[in-house]
Design a protein around this ligand. Structure first.
Ligand code: AMP
Length: 294
């Protein structure tokens, strides 16, 4: 496994790779969710490139950029075990040298939900991902359902800017008790870790209600609010029921697939989770067909 820290070396290594290339962009502190992306990429490509970069432009002022967990040696061991071919670990100054002033902005689908809660976040994401696409020239790029809006935003960017690649979505990988894996779970104390299962519980209760015929978006939101409110250590930041294709917030009853998503604060962790409705759509095929597709 080659570990590369500079752009010239990366371009040279990329020129030496033939066949289908899969890219897995990450911020490191790797867990089973990231490794699942690497495994899917390994199974579908001749070569797999993973990037590890805690991207400063996607963090707002006062967010956890400096506290974000980092473990490069541990990450490299895990990626070696997955048969990854190349890991790119740039520094912030390499990605954003002095004088940098070009950004990629996706409009409507990046404005609600996380875009509203974290101004500038998606511009940071789309800019760094566009740079990583240019640097690694992948045929397919792998992203997690966990960040569902990110998938919708990136699919829009790829279509609008004619990137010659496929965005592949991998279903959320969870702990045994349902908590979605996240590098930020490391912020939880053991008591908070117990409390954090309330997110997946809320998705499950609302998903069951939907599958039994409940179609009122407001009622589905209320279910989530009630389940989260039952946990003393959890504070709901937002819950959304939106059209899974456009991410427009749903007001009326409809049979179009929905994205139910939420952000919940537990201690100092800001936890995200989501599910497509119907529940049966939370698969590779269901996500590929319905998330971010009109
Ligand atoms: P991050 O390092 O948090 O930026 O995540 C890198 C990639 O891994 C993103 O595409 C995430 O959506 C994905 N990812 C993070 N957590 C999970 C998870 N629990 N299951 C599946 N994919 C995930």
């Amino acid at each position: 496994m080659q570990v590369i820290e500079t752009i010239d070396t990366l371009r040279e290594a990329r020129r030496g790779i033939s066949g289908r290339v899969g890219l897995v962009p990450t911020m490191g502190a790797l867990h089973e969710g990231h490794l699942e992306l690497a495994r899917v990429a390994r199974a579908e490509n001749d070569a797999v490139i993973v990037t590890i970069f805690v991207n400063p432009t996607q963090f707002g002022p006062g967010e956890d950029l400096h506290a974000y967990p980092r473990d490069l040696p541990g990450d490299l061991d895990k990626l070696r075990a997955e048969g990854v071919d190349l890991v790119f670990t740039p520094t912030p100054v390499l990605m954003y040298p002095e004088g940098f002033q070009t950004y990629v902005t996706v409009e409507t689908v990046a404005q609600g939900l996380e875009g509203a809660a974290r101004p500038g976040h998606f511009q940071g994401v789309t800019t760094v991902v566009a740079k990583l696409f240019n640097l690694t020239q992948p045929d397919a790029a792998y992203f997690g359902q966990k960040d569902a809006q990110q998938v919708v935003v990136l699919r829009r960017m790829v279509a609008d800017l004619n990137f010659p690649l496929e965005i592949v979505v991998v279903p959320t990988v969870r702990e045994a008790d349902g908590l979605a894996m996240s590098s930020r779970n490391a912020y939880l104390t053991s008591e908070e870790r117990e409390a954090a299962i309330v997110l997946s519980k809320a998705l499950e209760v609302a998903g069951t209600a939907y599958d039994k015929g409940e179609r009122q978006p407001e009622f589905l939101r209320r279910i989530v609010k009630a389940v989260i409110a039952s946990e003393r250590l959890a504070e709901l930041e937002y819950v959304s029921v939106a059209d899974a294709g456009s991410l427009e917030e749903s007001q009326d009853v409809s049979d179009s697939p929905l994205l139910l998503s939420m952000v919940v604060r537990v201690g100092r962790a800001r936890l995200l989770d989501n599910a497509l409705l119907p529940v049966a759509y939370n698969t590779r095929a269901g996500l590929s067909e319905h998330l971010g597709k009109p």
